[in-house]
Design a protein around this ligand. Structure first.
Ligand code: SF4
Length: 694
């Protein structure tokens, strides 16, 4: 513990980083944080934490925090500090000018999974009610949008099925496309505890992650799948289960749609889906697939945990549905120790999706074309809402380049660094006439902005986050905002300046509105959260204290629906020009684009992104440990330092994306999931060559 003095009081709040959503006590001396202590009563973490949550809060007082609003007429001009009123009025007048010149739908907004539920609610409300368009999207577009789509189609709800505690009742775990030791450390600790008690482990990942082989833990199977072939691998696992009599027939007969199940069984049973037929595609030995399938189907309670290595593919939604199929076929839904569990990257990915930030859905995942639902919002908000879906983030970029999208309100999201094909994003932003960025720091996106509205850190605001297990927890203000306003107050001011009045005195009132208009949140209130610590939605009259495990007696959609998940190869295949496949991930001490962790002084922080290269591929290219290498793809090129390791298989390279200097997304392409446009970050065909120091 870094001891900085004696605390005078403490405030319980929620970590601002990953989707575990750990509870912390901020120990305070006046307006200074003395230390962050993991909250022993936190239901997501039970007194545990990782290095980020415990030590990475220094960014909140970093000298680069922007605390004054700024405007400029053109992005080549210098920023000019102005009052809040001037900045807000300028932004509002520019948005209205654009709408009168180019039409109502020439503007839109992007919400952030780093912001609270209440803030996200207000941004989507501002876009729909004040702008009068459905051009609102969330940064979850580029991470877990396939989860929302795939789980809704199969199970009926766009969310994970379990609590984190459920893992302590599991017997066999599949971890697919996720590296919990780095991305979700507190969950990883709980998982490891269960594995040490004897639970079995199947890892599906192109890279040998820490869980595959670490002290006291060894995976029973590591299915080292070739990037881009997840769906093929899941089909081969399903083939074994279907053809070797391992389906839980009683569960399927009682709980699932018969016709869809029969079609699925016929499909996966085809010889072309056998492990032997798929081996050449996936690179995974057929015998290992057969062994893993038998273990999962017969080993007791089976649970599946997955991450962005599943969703960020051109078949991301297909793979999510294939995971749900596997869980239903083996009867592993609806009780402790089983289930389908997306590991959400950011603290409020689940919440930003729940709050209606998708262009086709109102809060609670209800389609915008639903006249009854829309009428409820119209009555409450006193406006007429558009019935047609708006633009997704990639569509906004295309429309900007086409000249029909000109104004963007972007809260807490650095799209230039985090979205794929940086050059494409930058060109799109440069084509717009008014970009309003609301953030803590002058990030990469701010280089294209005309108005900068200083953001507030999680320590400076009240609200709620919803973690990966649907757990709503309170965020409590521990210090006054450095910029004079919490983020929600800024959105309220902007809406008022646009002529659509918002009158909230505290985020508590926003939650009351959320509860009034969202059936899955109708039983949520700050009083209840204060009393119970947290609540897992659905929380309503049927479940006044929340729902730890979903789909117990029936699926949310009634009967579970098996979906045909045919493997379609991605365009990102190795070629003579681009012979290697690049995939990406995170490290423990950094968080996403690093805006917060890079600005937290701490000696344990890792200092740069590096490229992992198999020694055989390195030798072919004359690359030695620590050499600089150029990485070229059809989108662009960047330079990184190389490290040689057999954690990656020959033909596969890997890097993280925490530093803007490395520009991992300069090389990722704009290929995306067929259903949701989630970018295919996890597979990019590249060439790697040795270069001199940049
Ligand atoms: Fe924060 Fe996630 Fe670490 Fe918990 S595990 S302290 S939520 S970063």
């Amino acid at each position: 513990v870094i001891m900085m003095g004696q605390a005078e009081h403490s405030v319980v709040t929620t970590c601002a980083y990953c989707g575990v959503g750990c509870g912390f006590k901020a120990e305070m001396k006046g307006q200074e944080v003395v230390r962050m202590v993991p909250w022993k009563d936190g239901q997501a973490n039970r007194g545990h934490s990782c290095v980020k949550g415990r030590f990475a809060w220094g960014y909140a007082t970093h000298k680069e925090r922007v605390t004054k609003p700024m405007i400029r007429k053109h992005i080549t001009d210098s920023w000019k500090e102005v009052s809040w009123d001037e900045a807000i009025n300028y932004a509002a007048s520019e948005f209205r000018r654009i709408q009168s010149q180019y039409g109502r739908d020439a503007v839109g907004g992007i919400t952030s999974s780093r912001c609270t539920n209440e803030e996200t609610w207000l941004v989507q409300k501002l876009v729909r009610a004040a702008f009068g368009t459905n051009n609102v999207d969330t940064c979850a577009r580029v991470c877990h949008s396939p989860t929302g789509y795939g789980l809704k189609q199969t199970l009926g709800e766009s969310a994970g099925t379990q609590t984190f505690d459920s893992v302590m009742h599991t017997d066999v775990v599949i971890v697919m496309g996720a590296n919990p030791s780095s991305g979700h450390p507190v969950f990883a600790s709980r998982l490891k505890r269960r594995l040490r008690q004897g639970a079995r482990l199947i890892v599906i990942d192109p890279r040998r992650i820490e869980l595959v082989s670490s002290p006291h833990i060894k995976a029973d199977f590591h299915l080292q799948v070739r990037p881009g072939t997840n769906t093929a691998l899941l089909s081969s696992l399903a083939h074994v289960i279907a053809t070797e009599g391992l389906i839980d027939e009683a569960f399927v007969a009682e709980r699932c749609e018969t016709k869809a199940f029969n079609e699925w069984r016929d499909f996966v049973s085809l010889p072309e889906n056998s492990p032997e037929a798929m081996e050449e595609i996936t690179g995974v030995p057929a015998q290992a697939v057969r062994g893993a399938a038998r273990l999962f189907a017969t080993g007791g309670n089976g649970s599946i945990y997955y991450g962005l290595g599943v969703t960020e593919h051109s078949q991301g939604s297909t793979t999510v549905m294939a995971i749900a199929n596997l869980a239903m076929a083996t009867g592993n839904i609806g009780r402790e120790g089983v289930g389908v569990n997306p590991l959400r990257g950011q603290n409020n990915v689940q919440g930003s999706c729940d709050m209606g930030s998708f262009p086709h859905e109102l809060p609670g995942y209800r389609h915008i074309s639903d006249n009854v639902v829309r009428a409820q919002f119209e009555k409450d908000w006193g406006v007429t809402l558009q019935p047609e879906p708006g633009l997704r983030i990639p569509n906004m970029f295309e429309a900007a380049l086409g000249g029909s999208f000109k104004g963007l309100y972007c809260q807490g999201e650095d799209i230039v660094q985090s979205d794929p094909n940086t050059q494409h994003v930058a060109a799109s932003l440069a084509a717009m006439e008014c970009i309003v960025v609301q953030d803590l720091f002058l990030n990469e996106t701010a280089k294209y902005a005309h108005v900068f509205l200083p953001g507030s850190s999680f320590l400076e605001k009240d609200g709620t986050f919803t973690n990966a297990e649907r757990r709503i927890s309170r965020v409590r203000k521990v210090m006054e905002p450095k910029n004079g306003k919490s983020d929600w107050e800024v959105t309220v001011a902007l809406s008022n300046a646009l002529g659509y009045p918002m009158n909230y005195k505290h985020p508590r009132e926003i939650m009351e509105e959320i509860a009034r208009l969202t059936p899955t949140f109708s039983g949520v209130s700050y009083d209840k959260l204060d009393k119970l610590g947290s609540l897992q939605w659905p929380c309503n009259d049927d479940a006044p204290e929340g729902t730890p495990i979903m789909h117990i007696d029936a699926f949310v959609r009634g009967k579970g629906k098996f979906m045909i998940t045919k493997y379609v190869p991605t365009d990102e295949r190795s070629t003579r020009r681009f012979p290697l496949l690049l995939t990406t991930g995170r490290i423990l001490s950094q968080y996403n684009v690093g805006a917060q962790t890079r600005r937290t002084p701490n000696v344990m922080w890792h200092g740069e992104d590096v490229l992992e290269l198999h020694p055989q591929d390195a030798e072919d290219r004359g690359v030695a440990e620590g050499d600089w290498v150029g990485i070229q793809s059809r989108a662009g090129e960047t330079v990184l330092r190389a490290t040689l390791t057999d954690r990656v298989q020959p033909g596969v390279v890997y890097t993280t994306f925490h530093f803007p200097e490395s520009g991992a997304n300069v090389v990722t392409t704009d290929a995306s999931d067929w259903a949701t446009n989630c970018p295919e970050y996890k597979v990019t065909a590249v060439q790697v060559t040795r270069v001199s120091q940049p």
